[in-house]
Design a protein around this ligand. Structure first.
Ligand code: ATP
Ligand code: MG
Length: 568
């Protein structure tokens, strides 16, 4: 492409509403434009990167034997009622009626539609296993769309669905997709990690997420430094603590003026947060409230605690009115002593002797509290977030925590959808068997943002070469004035094009400083500057986007030089 014919300019100023670097850079580089909350247009520069991501995904899905198809984005409510998700899926599901008053949804995912196809088309175990995929637009009415295309409402997903006659075959199909995902993200030049994950609203038992590692990632992931254990923090298990020591102090009520938080409490009593417990009241599933007790230095894990019997799912903090009705106190002063409802303590909180807790009275605490003596013994469960240094659930080493952006998610669904929707085939004995299913997603548009989030510097994007909108930018100086510069620039443009290397020619009548700044903002991996002075001795100036300095290369070897320096 010739930049002189590209009408969209780069932006110097940082758009005010863009919080993360990838969002800022995608706007500044003219890759995307916002239409409304969570809705983005992909401009030509952005679409080129997106298409490269799509291309790699398509190639690897095809290589793994998956078959591409395309399903409608609009889906009839009947299918969602059959799977029972019509009522379970919250307001993220955009529902509407057509002119005949029939109910529809804009698909946030396609399990129902593909299961309907499978039950109509697949008759015999001989047709299995099979894996269908599409690269298709999804809509999720996200409560807080943000970070540009990273958490949009309309986005592009690669979704694949596999069908199997038994669990062993599902296992094999799942592993094949795992391998395909490793190849996909490796080819894209991204640093990533696969971690055990929660099934969320899709469901299923076995699932793993693929995360691009980046400090700005919304997810925390825990991985062991001593074994292969890796899990989303939502799921990362914490082990039961060592046995509780014997009580050694008497229970005492102490006045704690102006103490509102654990930090205040520790400062006032000169104790460590690990000696205190926090009490959180959440809605129970029987219109009651449940007390969740966590050690003062730990955080409650919502995904684990909402699975506890008697706790409402999704987890909701009890309202101030309910808290007062249940304890007579406000949220800042709660404690388990005297609480009449159901109580769960995290393993670590259940293992503290002589602990400090709220007394259900403003600015009063108990010290020297002991389970089984001052209050009933407690059900000890795993419901806190793992922290750095916790022993690895895998058995050796300890946990490290990193931030990640979820770009892919693979699930073993088992018979969740096929049973609800009666998707069966005949087995070898001509007996109808319910198929086993797997499903496998990649956030195609999110991958582009995640790649930028991981690869940038103060001057702009640094594309991994495999997904760069262009691999090389030619920057002629005085293209409009020097016949020699123009001739060499045009010739190189043809040479790179002929070699199948996507090349951008900055033939604008602009100052060199502007061209250099744009080439860095756009993040094109290779840059060649063509100037009259260098051409005098047959030289060009080459610089890789990751290098800090330029080198001279002979005009004749430009294409070879770029090829030799590729994919760094
Ligand atoms: P998240 O936890 O980020 O909300 P999810 O678990 O709901 O994602 P899946 O149902 O597993 O997402 O969808 C498959 C993939 O689609 C995700 O791994 C992610 O990369 C992408 N994705 C999901 N929601 C969005 C969104 N709002 N915007 C862009 N990509 C998304
Ligand atoms: Mg997910």
């Amino acid at each position: 492409m010739r930049l002189s014919r590209y009408p969209i300019s780069t932006l110097k100023e940082v758009p005010a509403d863009a919080e993360v670097i990838s969002h800022r850079l995608m706007l500044r580089a003219g890759m995307i434009r916002r239409l409304a909350a969570g809705l983005y247009s992909w401009l030509p520069m952005g679409l080129r990167a997106l298409k490269k991501v799509e291309h790699i995904i398509r190639e690897e899905m095809d290589r793994a034997g998956a078959l591409e198809l395309c399903m409608p984005t609009i889906q009839p409510a009947e299918l969602w009622k059959e799977s029972t998700r019509w009522n379970k899926y919250g307001p993220e599901l955009l529902r509407f009626k057509d002119r005949h008053e029939r109910e529809f949804a804009y698909g946030p995912t396609h399990e129902e539609v593909i299961t309907d196809i499978a039950r109509r088309e697949l008759r015999s175990y001989r047709q299995l296993p099979v894996n269908f995929y599409q690269i298709q637009t999804k809509f999720r009415d996200e409560i807080r769309p943000r970070f540009g295309v990273m958490r949009a409402r309309e986005f592009l997903m690669k979704d694949a669905y596999s069908f199997h006659v038994d669990e062993a075959s599902l296992n094999q199909g799942y592993l094949a997709m795992y391998d395909a995902y490793v190849r996909i993200f490796t080819r894209m030049g991204l640093k990533f990690r696969a971690v055990q994950a929660d099934g969320g609203s899709i469901g299923g038992n076995v699932s793993q997420e693929f995360h691009v590692l980046a400090d700005s990632g919304e997810d925390a992931i825990a991985f062991s430094d001593g074994d292969s254990y890796a899990a989303n923090l939502e799921l990362a298990a914490t082990a039961p603590a060592s046995p509780r020591p014997a009580a050694s102090r008497a229970l005492e009520r102490v006045s704690t003026p102006n103490v509102r938080s654990i930090d205040d409490l520790c400062a006032f009593l000169k104790v460590n947060a690990a000696q205190c417990v926090k009490t959180l009241l959440v809605d129970g599933s029987n219109n009651d409230v449940v007390a969740l007790i966590i050690r003062g230095d730990h955080e409650l894990n919502a995904v684990k605690s909402q699975k506890l019997p008697g706790v409402a799912n999704p987890l909701r903090m009890a309202s101030a009115d309910r808290v007062r009705a249940a304890t007579g106190a406000d949220a800042g002063s709660l404690g388990p002593i005297g609480f009449a409802g159901k109580v769960y303590a995290d393993h670590a909180a259940a293992a503290v002797a002589d602990f400090i807790c709220g007394a259900n009275e403003r600015e009063v605490h108990y010290t020297g509290a002991n389970w089984g003596r001052d209050l009933p013994d407690v059900i000890s469960v795993d419901m806190r977030n793992a922290i750095e240094g916790d022993p690895s659930p895998g058995g050796s080493g300890s946990l490290q925590i990193a931030r990640g952006i979820e770009v892919g998610h693979i699930f073993q669904l088992g018979q969740l959808y096929s049973a609800a929707m009666q998707a069966t085939v005949l087995d070898e004995q001509s007996k109808a068997v319910t198929m086993y299913m797997g499903c496998y997603g990649i956030g195609v548009t999110r991958v582009v943002a995640a790649a930028i989030e991981q690869n940038n510097d103060a001057n702009g994007i640094i594309w991994p070469e495999a997904i760069a909108p262009f691999r090389i930018v030619l920057v002629p100086l005085a293209y409009q004035k020097s016949a020699l510069v123009k001739e060499v620039a045009d010739r190189l443009y043809e040479e790179f094009s002929a070699a199948g290397i996507d090349v951008l020619l900055d033939d604008r009548d602009a100052r060199p400083g502007v061209k250099f700044a744009d080439s860095e903002l756009l993040g094109i991996p290779h840059r060649i500057v063509i100037g009259e002075r260098g051409l005098g001795t047959g030289q060009l100036e080459y610089r890789h986007r990751r290098d800090s300095a330029a080198t001279e290369i002979p005009v004749a070897s430009a294409v070879d030089h770029v090829l030799q320096n590729s994919n760094r």
